[in-house]
Write a protein that binds this ligand. Structure first.
Ligand code: ATP
Ligand code: MG
Length: 561
């Protein structure tokens, strides 16, 4: 995949941008990321952030963060704060922090201008009537009886709307465009509706609020945005975006261009904010930052790094057609990053006690362990060894097959960083459950090195049973059992495909080295995967989230292709 020496290929949006810079259509690139603060950001937003801020970085341009706060019913300060935190955490800096609500005065003035030009009118019908009159794209629409009301009457009614003299739903302001357009969005779209709710930023100043289609392009224009990047479903809105701009555009100013790309869909998850909110409010997950959620905050808590997410966004590229990205690719990206960064430690997730019968009872030996073979600078640490240790229950087999190279009766195995041990005796309870193993160690095999050239194939991890820490480990599986939980037959809902086993909690024994680490610190538990310290940890109890296993499903998939 190395692109060294070659000019890397550009995605179609970069091609547009480079062309606009070369032809001097724009001096520089100016993008924006425009979240509606009605939920936490998810990995799809992450993709959009990387795309918009990526253009800023690549072409030395600018990017605004603009809250699209045009609907006071759904929006919340908590969401705004989480969005700010997530953008920052991803490593991006916005040039301006803006709010669509800052433009309410200007948007209102422009609406009045449209009315005066005979291009907007107040419609006193219900939304059902309006929508029925739009009919369908194959036949002409039906004009509203209010379409040709005089300018004076429209100005008076719009003013009354603004003053709060009418009830919600009583009337709307519509653009007068074309009731026969094959594009339904052009059939006199709604510009303003009455919402009698106070707004976090404008308080009770307004009881009319602009629709997304009207507010968005005008906001882009006010900010001097050159490329307004959005997802594919807005492609059919583009003529309307341009129509609204054309009504106010002044020569010499930047005319923003809307460009659509395919939204990110990930397998085994849902990405709609409405559904994510449902998962939270119905306690199907434990909050927006539950590590099973595809939210940025969930991924962060799970142990994902900003670099892994940025790298993922880079790898999936920018598509013009909807597609599904394999969750395995996201996992591949974090595995690749943590392989370089995460220190290795030993943790036993399903402990079986082993007594080393020829190791002195009171002795406590210090051994040296490497922190990260991928990173020499990570150094080493000391671990203790005694006559009692824990190993994984499945690293022992009473009746092993020929190919089983771990511990078995009479069979030797290497303990990582320690010694060779050999199993001599199995201690069981009255129900034949294995309680512990009695083994002997070879004192000549210190550091796991063979003293006489004899070959030991299996190496297992372990934890000193006289010097360890208890830890709660949260093991995660995919949140849904279906690749696309939105692909349903009648009568089903995406909730039917929630994976009942997406969270498993186990109690493990881990190296005491982990005791004084910080929330968010990430480790590789040797042979087990990557784990990170959760915010639920206390002085008494360490809690870890499993980030990802060591098994790479992605490399296999991509080789097959
Ligand atoms: P909704 O509009 O239903 O509340 P949304 O996901 O579109 O949900 P916004 O806050 O409007 O939420 O999105 C902010 C930006 O992120 C928009 O530019 C949008 O196009 C982009 N975006 C949203 N979801 C995805 C996705 N899955 N992949 C890529 N970009 C996305
Ligand atoms: Mg949206």
């Amino acid at each position: 995949m190395s692109m060294e020496g070659k000019k890397e290929s550009l995605n179609f949006i970069e091609q547009i941008v480079e062309n606009d810079l070369e032809t001097k259509k724009h001096e520089s690139v100016y993008t924006r990321f425009p979240p509606e603060p009605n939920g936490y950001l998810h990995i799809g937003h992450g993709k959009s952030i990387c795309l918009n801020f990526g253009l800023k970085e690549k072409y030395h341009g600018k990017t605004n963060l603009r809250f699209d706060d045009t609907n006071p019913v759904r929006e919340d300060i908590e969401y705004m704060n989480s969005i700010l935190e997530d953008v920052k955490w991803l490593g991006f800096e916005y040039d301006k922090l803006l709010y669509a609500s800052d433009y309410f005065d200007q948007l209102y003035k422009w609406a009045v201008k449209l009315i005066k030009a005979g291009k907007a009118y107040v419609d006193i019908q219900t939304s059902e009537e309006i929508s029925l009159q739009r009919t369908n794209p194959t036949i002409n629409g039906i004009e509203s009886p209010y379409r040709n009301t005089s300018v004076e009457e429209n100005l008076r009614l719009f003013e009354e709307m603004r003053l709060g003299m009418h009830d919600e739903g009583a009337m709307v302001l519509r653009a007068k465009i074309d009731m026969n357009s094959p594009n339904m969005h052009m059939r006199d779209p709604i510009m303003y509706r009455i919402i009698k709710r106070s707004h976090d930023r404008t308080g009770d100043k307004w009881c009319i609020y602009p629709m997304y289609d009207y507010a968005h392009g005008q906001s882009d224009y006010l900010e001097g945005i050159t490329h307004s990047i959005c997802t594919l479903e807005f492609e059919v809105h583009r003529p309307l975006y341009d129509w609204f701009l054309d009504q106010v555009y002044e020569a010499g100013k930047t005319h923003p261009r809307q460009i659509e790309f395919a939204r990110l869909n990930l397998t085994y998850t849902v990405m709609s904010k409405r559904k994510l909110l449902e998962l939270v409010t119905n306690n199907i997950v434990n909050g927006w930052d539950d590590p099973r959620m595809p939210t940025i905050s969930g991924l962060r808590r799970r142990g994902y790094t900003p670099e892994s997410i940025r790298n993922f966004a880079e790898k999936i590229g920018v598509a013009k057609r909807e597609n599904f990205i394999d969750l395995g690719l996201l996992e591949y990206c974090i595995r690749e990053d943590l392989n370089k960064k995460a220190n290795r430690v030993m943790a036993v997730l399903d402990p079986l006690k082993v007594v080393i019968t020829n190791f002195s009872v009171n002795e406590n030996e210090l051994l040296e362990a490497q922190n990260n073979p991928e990173d020499i600078d990570a150094g080493t640490r000391q671990i203790t060894f005694s006559n009692t240790i824990y190993i994984e229950r499945d690293d022992f087999m009473e009746n092993p097959s020929n190919k089983y190279f771990r511990l078995a009766p009479g069979q030797e195995v290497r303990l990582r960083y320690a010694y060779f041990i050999k199993c001599n005796e199995i201690i069981k309870d009255e129900n034949e459950n294995i309680l512990e193993l009695h083994c002997t160690y070879d004192p000549e095999s210190k550091g796991g090195k063979s003293p006489d050239g004899r070959k030991i194939k299996g190496t297992i991890h372990w934890v000193d049973a006289k010097n360890y820490c208890e830890a709660e480990i949260r093991i995660y599986d995919r949140l849904f059992t279906k690749e696309n939980p939105d692909d349903l037959i009648e009568g089903e809902t995406y909730i039917d495909y929630i994976n009942p086993n997406s969270l498993k909690i186990i109690n493990a024994k881990v190296e005491p080295y982990l005791k004084n680490k910080n929330i968010g610190d990430k480790f590789q538990f040797e042979r087990k995967g990557y784990f990170c310290i959760d915010k639920d940890s206390t002085a008494q109890k360490l809690v870890f989230n499993q980030t990802v296993t060591l098994k790479d499903s992605w490399a296999k998939i991509s080789q097959k292709e």
